[in-house]
Design a protein around this ligand. Sequence first.
Ligand SMILES: [Zn+2]
Length: 421
Amino acid sequence: MKKHFYVVLFALLLGTLSSASAQPANRYVQYDSKITFKPDEAGISADVTLIIPTSLLQNQQLTLLLSKQQSISHISGTQLKSYAIETSTRVPPWNLITLNFEDTQQPSYSVNLKYAGSIDETAGHGNYINKQGAHLSIDSAWHPFVADFATKMTGKVQLTVPTDWELFSPGHQQRRTADSRLVINDMPAIDVVLFAQRAPQIKTVNNVEVIYQGITSTKAQRLADDGSQCLTALNANMSSDNQLARAHLIVLERNGPSFARGHYISMSKASLSTRQADYQYVCHELAHHWTPFANAMSHDYWMMESFAEYISAQQLKRRFGEHAYQQVAERWQQLAKGVGFVWRANTPERASHRVNYGLGPLRLTQLANRIGNKKFAQLLAWYTANDVTETEQLLNKIGEITSATTQAWFTKQLGQRERKK
Ligand SMILES: [Zn+2]
């Protein structure tokens, strides 16, 4: 009976995906998750079914990450040969769940996990569940995801939440009953994220909503205005077949990094400062709609952050002028001082904060200065419209639209320390 259900579900998901996306459906893990919030216990209980395309298995194996706070009561799958749960050495508060499947040459395999547990609010990553709402990102590993930090997932989450919570998430939602919502995420992402709040404070300007805590309504209004202006400008600049129709900017008093998943953008009050810096911050997050998602732990990750910095600095210049832009360039210089390099082919580690938000955008600026605005705009148009997740792809494209000499020059630039001035 259960097996039947999976087969039907898979067909349904495939159907939706192939019509919604030009990319082949079998590149992504698909989840069908049922999550019940338990605000009194700061926790959840979860029943997650994953459909894993065979093409994503290595030696019939796939490894997931899930917080140790979530205790697993059940793992099963008709073709699941065995599984192992062990501490992640990379992130010790998390478990690695290694799934071994039979080799039956079928196109995909399914696995069901049941678990329950709380969210550790003291961990300092800005995730929580309380009676007022919830903020859940990859940082609490509350929902399983693939341990390579790169394999994308799509799917749906059925949530049981207090009736008066408003829910914000990537994708789109359906309200089924008073306490049941369905979130459908058809944009591939490495994680499942959401925010919920009882009686949220919201400011709206055109297609941008700012949902906020801990800042004044005047500041929230200004952020909504900034968001709307920048979103309009970005949509006008970017390819017409990939527009961002709307944005939810969620500003919370929380720790942990800001992140963008399509229209869903989670920001932090602590990162707000001056009007001009806030404008660039909002533009940076919006720009991520057009920066292809590279492996979050790889040496290619610098591209998405540095391009978002570059794009947002251009938007800042456009709105506030050359002086505002120079201040950003100065900040890049300060961050980049003495930093070793942006990217080297033989060094697999993810670059540091100072590279992503300093030396990286500086190197892109140097490239723009060398090849000229027209060619750089051509490069940017290509980067923002394609799945450019490896630095070599960028280098080859530079060679293609300029010359082998420029490609070699930029490759060398990426591997060099920024001189102290
Ligand atoms: Zn960013």
